[in-house]
Design a protein around this ligand. Sequence first.
Ligand SMILES: *Cc1c(COP(=O)(O)O)cnc(C)c1O
Length: 398
Amino acid sequence: MTSNLSLPIPYGKQNITTSDIESVVNVLTSSHLTQGSVHEEFENALAVHLQSQHAVVFNSATSALHIACLTLGLSEGDLLWTSPTTFVASSNCALYCGADIDFVDIDIETGLMSIVALEHKLVEAEKQGKLPKIVVPVHLAGTSCDMKSISLLAQKYNFKVIEDASHAIGGSFLQQPVGCCQFSDISVFSFHPVKIITTGEGGCLSTNSDAIASQAKLLRSHGITKSEIMFSNKSPGSWYYEQQFLGFNYRMSDINAALGLSQLSRLESIVKERHEINAYYQNNLDHPNLAFQRQETSTYSSLHLCIIRLVGHDSSPANHKFLFEGLRNSQILVQLHYLPVHLQPYYQSLGFKKGQFPNSEAFAQSALSIPIFPGLSKQQQDYICDKISDLTNQIYDH
Ligand SMILES: *Cc1c(COP(=O)(O)O)cnc(C)c1O
């Protein structure tokens, strides 16, 4: 084995350069570790990149989703809908606000919220007077949902839209960056180390609404304002501040922001390298029983994940398990994105049942995320292709 075939191979991994390290060290040796100017610089750079009016950074995407829901007025008695094929944070944010949650099934070829299922569910919900206040489409693997269709439905059925774009920075939809919010109220991104760019832990929301951005900034820091024009009372002196809402400590430190700022400058090349790896896989894993996530021509994915599925005859849960465990035994740390949220014990305790979202359940029994990240060597890519081909042949060609 050559030294470039380093095992085990994770499904995703951060990419840290010496300029990232310098950027963080500069903050560590400055006077402010947290609320200096660097998180604002990062916010400005994000807004430029996303082509939106405002970016507001948080200590995680989960915090950003929570605050996004609050700024749109989500509370007890309201409903939020999202896709079951996602990380639990996309739906937990509704429960934090005391609202109820429901799911819209996916299109099995894309793994994204099905527009047909969404429209059907809206028609039924309208009859019952149970329309959602917010819908959260999830851009699985960095591939944008059909935001144009979702925004037309949002106008017709009067709901708000938060894009869970945790996977999707660097992707685009109809030639515009995901996060420009042309078709949504808010977009949320994650900067967890396994995502496209990282701040250690962190996230942000993007919006074109001045009101949402300023409320989000208040809520991430206890609901406290120090700005005189916003005071309810007359200021008795320069020490004065007001808590006006029940907020949180969801701030991002300048240490984290410095890492994000440095990473953001490499975003384009990071996504390009992911596309090269994905193309290599597509050329070398040409098998009738292996399908890659379908990509519409309207989207350019950030390729946070490379999801392949076993399809056709013999695509049974047992064969899925055989492939999954065969790869793990070869030290290729494939992962499943995602176990459907409604099947989690906590969600079952809320009343969700197996069988309610069949495409999402079938997706989880056929999909696996294979390694994709900048720095994955050609030897590693070849090793992965060989193992997948071997195991697939053992399943199908006997
Ligand atoms: C990672 C992720 C989140 C949560 O991000 P954190 O920054 O870890 O809070 C939310 N939604 C999706 C789809 C994710 O993948």
